[in-house]
Design a protein around this ligand. Sequence first.
Ligand code: HEC
Length: 189
Amino acid sequence: MKKIIFLAIILIGTLFILEQILGKDPNKKSLEFMPDMVYSVAYRSESPNPHFENGQTQQNPVVGTIAHGYKPYHYENSVEESIRAGEELFSPFNEQNPPDLKRGKKMFQVYCQVCHGAGGEGNGIVTKRGYPPPPSLLLENAKNMKNGQIYHIITKGYKNMPSYSSQVERQDRWQIVSYIRTLQEVKND
Ligand code: HEC
C-alpha cells in the first residue's frame, strides 16, 4: 500500500513539473530544451541590415540579371532593328523540323486577320472602320522580308502596327511566319 502511495506521489509530482515546463497558455512558448536551429540568424528580407551599404537586407539584382524563364529580346522597335533581326534571327522550322501550319493558320486568324485579312491582302475588318490598312503581305516588300524580320514585326510591332509579343508566344510567332510564307508562296528557309 505504501508503495502505491509513493508511486502516486511521484506520478503527480512528475505531472506537476511537466505542466510547469510545458505551460498552460498555448500562445506562450514553453520551456525550450535544445532549440537547435529554430531561431535563424538570417535577416528577414524586408528587415534593415547593417552589413550592407544601403542598410537593407533585400538587394537589387546585379545589373544584367535575367529572371528564370525570361528570354531577353535584344532588338528595339524600329525599321532598322527589324532588318537587323531579319539578318540574325532564324526560324526553328525547316524541312527536318516542319512547322505546324494548322497552328500557324489558327494563330494568324486570331491575331493578324482582323487587320491583314484572311488572305493577307490587308483588307481585314478593322480597316473598314478607320484603322490604317496595312500593305498586302502578298506584295514584294513583305515577300522579300526575311523570316526573322516578320518575327520581329510580330514581337515589336511596326510603324502603325502594335506589338503582339504579349499575346503570341515565341514558338507561335514562328508558326505564323511559316503560315504567311505559304500565303505568299515563298519558300520558308
Ligand atoms: C491592329 C491591326 C494589325 C494587326 C492585328 C496586325 N497588324 Fe501587321 N500591320 C498593321 C499595319 C497598319 C501595318 C503597316 C504598318 C505601317 O507601315 O505603318 C502592318 C504591317 C505588317 C507587316 C509589314 C508589311 C510590309 O510590307 O510593310 C507585317 C509582316 C505584318 N504586319 C505582320 C503581321 C502579323 C504576322 C500579325 C499577326 C501576329 C499582324 N501583322 C497583326 C496592322 C496590324
